[in-house]
Design a protein around this ligand. Structure first.
Ligand SMILES: [Zn+2]
Length: 420
């Protein structure tokens, strides 16, 4: 593909102009437009304006942690309807490093992606990958997961990297405590997250860059409320629900969203970080979430697992050895239009790269198509029925099913504890 000069922003600095002295000129148009609300749930249809174009919500954002959505090129991403990509502050700051990004003219130019990009602040990686960390007032001291070299990352550093990357949406640097953390630990993490959010807000931004706050607080409703209200007071461009997708069972994840969302303003986008399966995404849309990112489509593709409207299945299994149907007969992706299960299974079994590329194409397309259908049904007022049918057809994995059964059992025997 011929090199594309960076597309001119469709929307000129929708967020006003942020000056390095912290002043902001008046906004010309809202960052987020709420177009309609679903009568049967808390689902919303919206439009998010960024410096590199408009994003129709609810939206699924493919994850390009290392400036690449694993195994997929930009042409494929555009063909399948990708509106916005994710990049990661921590990983990109280590490799290729900000000198290279600066020389390239920012992340959009470096990876030749002219649409919107959201960058994760690195907080999650620091707390999950980093070794021997010391939490300081203004950030975290830890060692690189690659070579053990010392790194300091805090609100100031994270925002500086995100400014250099030139992302359309920067995330605040937060502390994400494990879902098993005790209340005191969570409370400390919330306080730190709020202090760091204020520090992030005070940093200079790239032109037109939006900044989202992140609500933490694990399963504690009062801490989530406190965190959300304080962030809303700071007036961010959008809000994320963090501390989900950290190994907690599904009912706990749903609850974390349910206890955070009511405290977020209606006129700003809400983003649930790192989630989930297609059925979970639909349930989260119904709980008022507008934006999602998840590595599942490409991660499970590498094990030969495909998503379908009936749930996942393992293509590597012998059952499809002579199955000359596409992965999903209803799917219009490149893999399903051109290749059979038997062929893709063969490619995976002989470790041909094309095998995992085709499954990655199908899975990513599937997630994007689900969100496309969600938007269509929200527009036509039929989301409730679509949701009911999708959930009825979609067979969850054994792990998700077991977590639901355990939650139901707790609700029967000790409802107070289950709802705590
Ligand atoms: Zn397909």
């Amino acid at each position: 593909m011929a090199a594309n000069p960076e597309r001119k922003p469709k929307v000129a600095s929708t967020n006003g102009t942020h000056l390095s002295n912290g002043l902001v000129f008046a906004q010309r148009s809202p960052v987020f437009e709420l177009l309609s609300k679903d009568p049967s749930s808390r689902a919303r249809l919206g439009r998010l304006h960024t410096a590199h174009g408009v994003v129709e919500t609810p939206v699924f954002m493919p994850v390009g942690t290392q400036a690449s959505v694993k195994a997929l090129d930009n042409r494929e991403l555009l063909e399948m309807g990708t509106q916005i990509l994710l990049g990661n502050t921590y990983h990109l700051s280590i490799r290729p490093g900000m000198d290279i990004i600066r020389q390239a003219g920012g992340l959009h130019r470096f990876m030749n992606w002219s649409g919107p990009i959201l960058t994760d602040s690195g907080g999650f990686q620091v707390f999950s990958l980093g070794k021997i960390r010391k939490i300081r007032d203004h950030g975290v001291e830890f060692r690189s997961h690659l070579d053990g070299s010392p790194i300091f990352l805090g609100p100031k550093e994270s925002m500086e990297i995100q400014r250099t990357l030139g992302s359309d949406i920067a995330m605040v640097f937060d502390e994400c405590p494990p879902h098993t953390a005790d209340r005191d630990e969570v409370n400390r993490a919330v306080k730190r997250t709020l202090r760091w959010a204020a520090e992030c807000k005070a940093q200079p931004r790239a032109e037109g860059q939006l900044v989202f706050g992140i609500v933490q607080g694990t399963h504690h409703a009062d801490l989530r409320k406190k965190c959300a209200e304080a962030l809303v007071e700071m007036d961010f461009d959008g809000y994320a629900i963090g501390g989900v997708s950290v190994g907690e069972p599904e009912p706990e994840m749903m609850k974390a969203v349910e206890i955070s969302e009511p405290h977020l303003p209606e006129n700003k986008a809400r983003y649930a970080m790192g989630l989930g399966t297609p059925a979970q995404l639909i349930e989260l849309v119904a709980r008022g979430v507008d934006m999602f990112d998840c590595v599942l489509p490409t991660r499970v593709a590498r094990n030969g697992t495909a998503f379908t409207p009936k749930g996942t299945f393992a293509i590597k299994g012998g059952a499809v050895k002579a199955d000359f149907n596409p992965i999903d007969p209803t799917c219009e992706c490149f893999a399903c239009r051109n290749h059979t299960r038997a062929y893709i299974r063969h490619l995976l079994n002989v470790n041909e790269i094309l095998g995992l590329r085709l499954v990655s194409i199908h899975n990513s397309h599937f997630f994007l198509k689900v969100m496309d259908d969600v938007r269509m049904h929200l527009r036509s007022g039929t989301f409730g029925e679509y949701r009911r049918q999708f959930i009825a057809n979609y067979v969850p994995t054994e792990k998700v099913r077991a977590a639901r059964v355990a939650h139901e059992a707790r609700m029967q025997t000790a409802p107070e504890a289950a709802l705590e």
